[in-house]
Design a protein around this ligand. Structure first.
Ligand code: SF4
Ligand code: SF4
Length: 146
């Protein structure tokens, strides 16, 4: 859930429900959906943020969320999200800022090889035209005004 509205909506839905209404078929369907999503995900990141903060400012979960979105939604959507949430913040948080100190990996409960996956993710998420585009937009957004 990404907003208070989503939490409220989910609470409302849950309050209309009763316990034990799911059948075995419902659970099977849920497992199928979970498996289909997992199959397309590139990194098994849960977004717990135990790996944060990174001393170099890399947004590790944000990068992995965008990377997964490329394969669970669409390439454009994942790249757009990366540009917006990682590339166009005042201080950029690109995966390429990683100096491979390895500290984050010591805290990841999922045992993700974060350094390696960050490299893969940045390459996929920021092909040359996107790099150029993000740089141009950054110049306009953060230009100094007198
Ligand atoms: S390995 Fe990279 S991402 Fe992880 S803490 Fe070090 S600099 Fe940050
Ligand atoms: S600790 Fe691991 S699972 Fe949690 S946000 Fe960081 S990379 Fe993802």
């Amino acid at each position: 859930m990404n907003s208070v509205e989503m939490v409220k909506e989910n609470c409302k839905t849950a309050s209309l429900s009763e316990t034990n209404i799911f059948t075995h078929d419902d659970f099977d369907l849920l497992e199928e959906i979970k498996a289909a999503i997992k199959e397309n995900e590139k990194v098994g990141c849960t977004g717990c943020r135990y790996c944060m903060p990174c001393s170099k400012g890399v947004d590790i979960p944000g990068t992995f969320r965008s990377y997964n979105e490329m394969y669970t939604e669409s390439k454009h959507q994942g790249r757009f999200q990366y540009a917006q949430t990682v590339g166009l913040t005042k201080e950029p948080a690109f995966a390429s800022q990683c100096i491979e100190c390895g500290k984050c990996e010591q805290h990841c409960p999922q045992g993700i090889p974060i350094r390696q996956k960050l490299k893969e993710a940045d390459k996929a998420l920021r092909p040359l035209p996107y790099k150029i585009g993000i740089n141009i937009v950054r110049k306009f957004m953060f230009r100094k005004t007198r």
